[in-house]
Ligand binder design. Structure first.
Ligand SMILES: [Zn+2]
Length: 238
């Protein structure tokens, strides 16, 4: 019997590597992407479209979750708030919740993707949660996945198949995720990570800084075109 996987895909490196691992594992792929009013939505959607084609996904499901933007609380969905760049970002030591955090986003995305997984009778729900993100965000930890899986058993109908959330990168940091991505032939060149949503990656937002450091530390050539050098701050030049 065909194994079915729903893969939550933002268009970034982590979720793309996780989806590729699902594909290599013989799952029929159903990619899931949510628009929640994030600045980079247009670019993310373009990336996910290409990634779905590359991975030969059976279906690509786009959903709108507009209420996350309505609820507010994040610089990613509120253009009146500034996204920190360059030296305003500290990748290793965060003091307080960063302005780019979207309150409970992963929980909301997982719940929504779980509904889709029940509809298509998926066996698994793949996510790109990882150790790098888990340093600041507990909704990337193994424990979050385990507890969510316990809830999910009681969330689907009795005669439905219960999908299991799988986070194959949960113990990995960015450089190892990139190395893993190359090993499984993930389309890293098609991914998009920038918080700002420009045509090219800015190179200096938190997400771009993680991306460029990941490639550097992995010793892998970075295929990304960045607008700014990592130490550059366009605000201070203005
Ligand atoms: Zn960026």
């Amino acid at each position: 019997m065909t194994k079915i996987a729903v893969c939550i895909c933002s268009g970034g490196i982590d979720s793309t590597v996780a989806a590729t691992i699902a594909s290599q594992g013989g799952y029929e792929l159903h990619l899931f992407h949510a628009s929640y009013g994030q600045r980079a939505e247009k670019r993310e959607k373009e990336a996910v479209d290409k990634i779905a084609a590359y991975l030969d996904a059976k279906e690509l499901k786009f959903v709108e979750i507009p209420f996350l933007k309505e609820l507010g609380g994040s610089a990613l969905t509120d253009i009146a708030r500034e996204v920190p760049v360059a030296k305003e970002v500290n990748l290793d030591k965060q003091r307080g919740t960063p302005s780019t955090w979207v309150p409970c986003r992963n929980l909301v995305l997982l719940a929504t993707a779980s509904a889709y997984a029940e509809v298509v009778s998926a066996d698994a729900l793949f996510v790109g949660f990882n150790a790098e993100e888990a340093r600041a965000y507990p909704d990337n930890e193994k424990e979050f996945v385990e507890r969510y899986n316990a809830v999910l058993e009681k969330a689907v109908a009795s005669f439905s198949r219960t999908p299991t959330v799988k986070a194959p990168l949960v113990d990995l940091f960015k450089p190892d995720i990139i190395i893993k991505g190359i090993e499984v032939e993930a389309p890293l060149h098609l991914t998009y990570s920038c918080y700002l949503g420009g045509e090219k990656h800015c190179g200096i937002c938190e997400s771009c800084l993680h991306r460029r450091r990941g490639f550097k530390e992995a010793g892998v050539e970075d295929p990304t075109e960045y607008v700014y050098e990592s130490g550059e701050n366009p605000k201070s030049q203005a």
